[in-house]
Design a protein around this ligand. Structure first.
Ligand code: NAD
Length: 297
């Protein structure tokens, strides 16, 4: 059934996600601090909201796709935030990647006011947002998940209920910690192979069918050649920027410290991506860490 959806944060991800909701027949009211983002929404058939208060007071469903936890806090809490101004029973969906504790705090504050809220971070990048093929990792009650699912299914291909509030964010940072560590491992292997006189294509052919096989190797190979579509063949234009990987690795480290989990390789991956970003790599694709390891960044 068509709903009025208030979409806050119409950037690289939020813009195309909102466009897919419009294509599916929903009325989308959008808000962003950036004028070009609002222009793009109007072009896609959406409407500008005057601000968060105006948006929240009309929306059946609020979706947010903001940079980090501080932005989400600002939008949801406070007198001019979503919680103080939303329609009774409105469904709240935050798809930003933020820390687990904040996600749980916001969901609890929403529940106190009678609003079901899910954390629903995504994997799949800008291309997945445009194609409507994102994976959503969802944290929240069974009821909130069931209500959110039809809207998420419009923007994504896979919608997984990961458990209670915050578990979507937990799944996202655990997954991206695996990805950061494995990308460094694969990159180190290519650098070592070069030093040993083993061609990159040979290593790819062997390891992609042997025990070294993993997504970082066979879907996102960090050296040019073996996979023509990987960012390595396009001068490491993102894709998924190194600074975003660093953000997610830092979130994983915060969560590891807070929960007492031992994640020594996660810590090392965060340190390496921090060095890479500080030496000018922040805007490159995260697979460009191979150049840093080679000493050619
Ligand atoms: P982005 O910076 O392109 O978009 C964020 C938008 O939020 C911007 O348009 C900005 O103007 C707007 N904004 C910031 N503060 C605001 C406020 N107070 N009120 C209204 N609008 C505000 O970022 P993005 O790439 O779209 O990423 C959004 C989230 O998705 C992040 O949490 C990111 O970690 C996550 N994510 C991104 C990708 C990716 O590949 N880009 C992939 C998976 C997850």
């Amino acid at each position: 059934m068509a709903a009025t959806i208030g979409f806050i944060g119409l950037g690289n991800m939020g813009g195309p996600m909102a466009a897919n909701l419009i294509k599916a027949g929903h009325r989308v009211l959008g808000f962003d601090l950036a004028e070009p983002a609002l222009d793009a929404l109007e072009k896609a058939g959406g409407e500008r909201a005057g601000g968060v208060v105006a948006l929240a007071s009309e929306a059946d469903v609020v979706v947010s796709m903001l940079p980090a936890g501080a932005h989400v806090r600002k939008i949801y809490l406070g007198d001019d935030g979503v919680l103080a101004n939303a329609k009774a029973g409105a469904l709240l969906i935050d798809s930003s990647t933020i820390d687990v504790d904040s996600a749980r705090t916001f969901a609890a504050a929403a529940a106190e006011r009678g609003f079901p809220m899910v954390d629903a971070p995504v994997s799949g990048g800008v291309a997945g947002a445009a194609a409507g093929t994102l994976t959503f990792m969802v944290g929240g009650t069974d009821d909130a998940f069931e209500r959110a699912k039809p809207y998420l299914a419009v923007m994504g291909k896979t919608v997984v209920h990961a458990g209670g509030s915050g578990n979507g964010q937990a799944a996202k940072i655990c997954n991206n910690m695996i990805l950061g560590i494995s990308m460094i491992g694969v990159s180190e292997a290519f650098v070592l192979a070069e030093r040993l006189g083993l061609e990159a294509q040979k290593l790819f052919d062997i390891s992609s069918t042997a025990s070294g096989q993993c997504w970082s190797l066979t879907s996102y190979c960090p050296v040019p050649g073996p996979l023509p579509a990987s960012p390595a063949n396009n001068d490491y234009t993102p894709g998924f920027a190194a600074e975003m990987m660093l953000k997610d690795l830092k979130l994983a480290q915060e969560a590891a410290h807070a929960s007492g989990a031992a994640t020594p390789l996660g810590a090392e991956a965060a340190a390496l991506y921090s060095l890479f970003c500080n030496s000018g790599g922040e805007g490159a694709d995260f697979s460009a860490i191979v150049k840093f390891l080679r000493g050619s960044a």
